[in-house]
Design a protein around this ligand. Structure first.
Ligand code: AMP
Length: 280
């Protein structure tokens, strides 16, 4: 496994891989890798023949009062996990390498990125799609893998790729959960055992809504009310949003359409901001 920190070196390496006829599969991450990331790496290995993992805590996607400074960073452990998972190249640039002094170009997607996360984190997706577009330009992967855990993120990236005619296939990987149902996230390590117990209400609310749909409930107000009720029974939980949306457009829907409608949740568990979702 090779670790690369320079943009030009990564461009040269990627060009050589393409020259050898390799189908490069990219997994963009912010590091602090967990089993969810490793499941993306496994899917990337199935869809391509050379896996490149990027590890970059992207300052552009954090708001001024968000957790950029506190975001977990553990590159040595991440490199070991990547090596064990059969990754060919880890691209781990510094902030200065990606955003040199005087950097001033940003991308915006103006529909899918607007609601939900776009409301509470206004510059978030501008940062996400800028860095993803930069990674696509540097590495020029044939395929890139993203997690359904960040449902709006993958929808925005798919829209950007389509709108900009980017020659990359976007693959979505299912959400990996702990045995108790909590969706794996690098932010979970900030939870105390008591907070973690309350955080389980997100996956409980999602499961309850799925059960209601299985029993024939298709009225969105009933489903949202029940999910919100479950979340609000936990002392440390503050709901940011609970909504039924179309999985591609992120627009609110009136009726559940099987396989297309997502229940998306965001909540504060004390000071930790968590998101989760399920396809209904
Ligand atoms: P992050 O490092 O949090 O930016 O995540 C990198 C990628 O891993 C994103 O595409 C996420 O959607 C994905 N991811 C994060 N957590 C999970 C999970 N529990 N299951 C599947 N994919 C995940």
């Amino acid at each position: 496994m090779q670790t690369i920190t320079s943009v030009t070196e990564m461009q040269t390496r990627a060009e050589n891989l393409r020259g050898e006829g390799r189908r490069v599969a990219l997994v963009p991450t912010m590091g602090a890798l967990h089993d969810g990331h490793l499941s993306l790496i496994r899917l990337a290995a199935e869809r391509g023949d050379t896996v490149v993992v990027s590890i970059f805590v992207n300052p552009a996607q954090f708001g001024p009062n968000e957790d950029f400074a506190h975001y977990p960073r553990e590159l040595d452990a991440d490199l070991k996990k990547c090596e064990a998972a059969g990754v060919s190249v880890v691209f781990a640039p510094s902030s200065e390498e990606m955003y040199p002094k005087g950097y001033s170009t940003y991308l915006a997607e103006e529909a899918v990125a607007r609601p939900l996360e776009g409301v509470s984190r206004p510059a978030h997706f501008r940062g996400v799609i800028t860095v993803v577009a930069k990674l696509f330009n540097i590495i020029r992967p044939a395929v890139a893998v993203f997690g359904q855990k960040d449902a709006q993120q993958v929808a925005v990236i798919k829209k950007m790729a389509r709108d900009l005619h980017l020659p990359v296939e976007i693959v979505t990987a299912p959400t990996l959960r702990d045995a108790d149902g909590l969706a794996l996230s690098s932010r979970n390590r900030h939870l105390t055992p008591a907070q973690r117990q309350d955080a389980l209400s997100l996956s409980q609310a999602l499961r309850r809504a799925q059960a209601m749909v299985a029993q024939g409930e298709h009225r969105t107000d009933r489903l949202v009310a029940e999910a919100t009720h479950i979340l609000s029974q936990h002392r440390r939980v503050r709901v940011i949003y609970a909504a039924l949306v179309d999985r591609e457009t992120m627009e609110a829907v009136r009726e559940v359409r099987a396989g297309r409608t997502l229940l998306v949740l965001a909540a504060w568990v004390d000071e930790v901001r968590l998101i989760d979702n399920e396809i209904l």
